[in-house]
Design a protein around this ligand. Sequence first.
Ligand code: MG
Length: 194
Amino acid sequence: MKKVIYFDIDRTLVDSVMIRELTRNGMCRELNLNRETINKIIDEYVSTLDNKNDFNREEMLKHISLKTGVRYDLLKNAHDKPKYYVDALFDDVIPTLTKLKNDGCSLGIFSEGFTDYQMDKLKLSGIYKFFDEDKIIIVRKKLREDVVEKLGEAIVIDDWVEVIDYLKSFPKIKTIWLDRVNEVKLTDLLNEIK
Ligand SMILES: [Mg+2]
């Protein structure tokens, strides 16, 4: 049977902090906006959210458009330049995905957030092709029994220790914690994955 490996997206495959910086700087540069003003407008939007998981790219851009008078489509275009997403990939990602794919593994995504933007992160960064379409699981809350059941027998790699702890009670799941804070790399974990 093919080995199935699921990856989290944010801070596991893509550096979300870097995406935030690159997209905000890009919008400001292209559309002549002031970075501090944009930060304030975005903070204002974020303060309306109950939970940081409710963050929604479209809603954020709509709010910026409303406050600055810059057209939404121009903001969206400046925000979603593939280059930013390629640059924000951790440098161990392509070598690891390539190796696992060559070894015959089946690769999936186990991620939390809004589907459109999570899918765009995979597509704009160019790594979408590594994953099996039927193994892309993106939900608003992933730490739920019915969601985990969908993974079947699999390895799950995530940077968030709470996810790892939650999954430990599922016997079919093998977990691997990717400690990005301490700069652990996927390539350091290949022996554990195999
Ligand atoms: Mg994460």
